[in-house]
Design a protein around this ligand. Sequence first.
Ligand SMILES: Nc1ncnc2c1ncn2[C@@H]1O[C@H](COP(=O)(O)OP(=O)(O)OP(=O)(O)O)[C@@H](O)[C@H]1O
Ligand SMILES: [Mg+2]
Length: 345
Amino acid sequence: MPTQKKSPFIYGSIVSVNSFTDREEDGKKLFNNLVLGINTILVSPRRWGKSSLVEKVINDIKRERKDIKTVLIDMFTVSSEEEFLELFTREVIKASATKWEEWVNNGTAFFKKLIPTINIGLNPATDFSISFNREELIKYKDEILNLPEIISKRKDVRFVIALDEFQNIAMFTEYQNIEKSMRAIWQRQKSVSYCLFGSKRHMMTDIFDNSSKPFYRFGDIIWLQKIERSKWIDFIVSGFQTTGKRITDDEAEYIARLMKDHSWYVQQLSHYTWSKVRTVTTKKHIKSALQEVIYANTPLYQREIEVISSTQLNLLKAVAKNEQQLTSAKVMQEYKLGTPRNVLT
Ligand SMILES: Nc1ncnc2c1ncn2[C@@H]1O[C@H](COP(=O)(O)OP(=O)(O)OP(=O)(O)O)[C@@H](O)[C@H]1O
Ligand SMILES: [Mg+2]
């Protein structure tokens, strides 16, 4: 029996090492910004590859710059200010030293007003937590926000801190307070640079691009672009090749084109196609894989559709049919869009 090779195409998880393509320029820019101390905000629609890119850059920094400590926090599941502050402390402390004995020292040495409670389990690498009295935590949060700078000065190191799904801070009660403190304190830090990124584009834009908000002009904004078609072609062809299968440039181009170069979908369609092919790919394989991709994603689309109004859905249909004049009487009537206001707002 032939051994089943692992698919060279990955979707659904971060792809910073295997299955990672292109992004050289964005990667270089982000790397340089962060090591030079320029705060950077990274925005793109969902599933284009922000988390993958940042993880790759953080790994590069770790490897190439021993003088820089790196922290990567995903705020996706963080739902309160207190939770964030404790997580931030723990990760900064963990990044500050390689030995857990030192974490304990650092955990107590670097605070003036706050008194941390440190818990260490059997396996300190995974079982290490720091907590504070909740009231004091909020009162003296500046100490925590300033922790990386204090450690940098004392230990003569620098920090790069990346916060994924940053727009989640808007979910905290009274988040305006912490937003102001973050900006005020982080902006002053000389040895720490921040990479803040997330996928809710309008929320990210509101946080960073709105002149009345504290984070306005906090740093360089990178609008992540799609990966180029030609890169996808090389990537797909070599993925097939290294696993003993064949696909032509034309067919690889067809996959990328069908998916409009969208990172997640290109990987998904490539994977489905790859699974169908024994040795040589044909268009037929791709077409039938496409059906499967649509089928696999249908429940997700249905869930999206459940929460929008019928007018919104009709508007989407009009857009999908490539209607140009959305507020024209003809289009409004044909798609039952009601009044022009429904379309404009
Ligand atoms: N550089 C890349 N090369 C190849 N595939 C990629 C790359 N970046 C992302 N992908 C594909 O896109 C998928 C989504 O990537 P990732 O999770 O990094 O995106 P994201 O922008 O952080 O998404 P979200 O907005 O959901 O957080 C990955 O699982 C992978 O299939
Ligand atoms: Mg992400």
